[in-house]
Design a protein around this ligand. Sequence first.
Ligand code: FAD
Ligand code: 2HG
Ligand code: ZN
Length: 483
Amino acid sequence: DGRFKTLGRGDVERLRAMAAPETVLATEAVGGSADAAELEGFNVDWLSKYRGSSQLVLRPKTTGEVAEILRYCNSERIAVVPQGGNTGLVGGGVPVHDEVVLSLRNMNKVRGFDEVSGILVCDAGCVLEELDNYVAERGYTMPLDLGAKGSCHIGGNVAANAGGIRFLRYGSLHGSVLGLEAVLADGTVLDNISTLRKDNTGYDLKQLFIGSEGTLGVITGVSVVTPRRPSAVNVAVLGVPSYEGVQRAFRLARARCGEVLSAYEFWDASCMGAVLGHQGLKHPLAGEHPFYVLIETSGSNKAHDDEKLAALLEELLESGVVEDGALAQDESQIRRMWSMREGIPESLGRTGPTYKYDVSIPIPVLYDVVGDIARRLEDAGLYRAGDAARPVRLVCGYGHIGDGNLHLNIVADRFEDRITRVFEPFVYEWVASHRGSISAEHGIGQMKRDYLRYSKSPEMIAYMRRIKDVFDPNHILNPYKVL
Ligand code: FAD
Ligand code: 2HG
Ligand code: ZN
């Protein structure tokens, strides 16, 4: 891209001098000794759908190093991609061309934890699961949890405004992130690492960085309020005959267990087939059902929660809203039920390349889009349920139904335009016609950049561009993404 400088050996020399030698990975083309294979994990995304060709990966250890690197890149017009755990699903964290990858993985220290308020301050490169273990030892829990917890960084979570399976209980990161430290493109460090719950001193700039996907600045530190870890957790998996039943069960779950309900997830029979086939898990119920629901309650009084959940299950079964149900009897059964739900993306990925649409749609019509897409693919001759000879193998839906968030996944034998054209832009038009969002929680990245207008008005997009110009006037940060 003519707006940016092509990285040269001289630039790499200068950048190398800004950080410890072991934190720099440069290929021979730019004067280093790394081979392309060493940079592969930074150039390719989790889905193996997006591939860049960066020749330089920088893994600074301090905020000062990040600032120095960005100051240089900005003055030389060198494009930079901030990268966390590289688990994003919209191609936001990998280069499109030869942008420099700025990985936060060496910034992974807890800076402090207040055991009274539960406020954690840490580097952006801390892995979510490690943070959860850290706060668990002190009686707290991270307010978000997701299947990629073993690899994703808290900085990446904040940059993506990740949702996940605890959203229903603890809400968005816009609420639980109390402060951020971010480095702007010109090297300015915005130190807003507040540990205050209340702070009404003008514009709340940190909110702009939550969900900015690396386009406004590099997040280097995070302050987050963590809730007390619940001492009683119950999980049940239900077999449900219809999508109507999934909704009715949700209404009843909220009515009967509202104050302890902490997750309400669903998936369809196709997802169940994939997960049982790939995760080596036993079916939790006696037979097959069109839909499955996972209900979790979290509270502080086990007897109370047990009683409530048991009563709910009885009512659901007696009324015929659900056909079958299993209540986890111990910690390991709870883990197995959750790994069934959390294992869906990986299982589908093992079935074949997966096209993913992460959308918010009003709950009553949320699952309709799955059928509509399947029919379009059938009409195009690309798909027939159970016909392995067709290029599309599965069309399925799952997700955080309690939050109105569907994950529509289409598994095929490859990523190719003739398949994509069947559901793009149809799926975005479909979502817009129901006043939904084309990205509930995964972001825009490079995948949805050209479709932003389906969820944002021209005026909103114009103001987003103006904000981008303020924070990153040379547009060196994560070009080709979001806007
Ligand atoms: P990356 O993938 O490295 O980056 C994501 C974006 O943030 C990129 O645009 C990148 O440039 C930017 N970025 C990363 N770090 C920084 C930083 N320090 N400063 C500025 N910008 C930065 N998402 C959900 O919302 N809910 C889920 O339930 C969920 N489940 C998932 C399950 C699986 C198995 C997988 C693979 C992904 C899942 N995701 C989910 C998607 C993904 O958004 C999250 O995994 C996570 O938030 C990404 O964090 P990361 O550290 O891997 O970021
Ligand atoms: C989940 O909820 C993630 O499992 C991933 O957000 C969804 O892969 C997907 O489509
Ligand atoms: Zn999700």
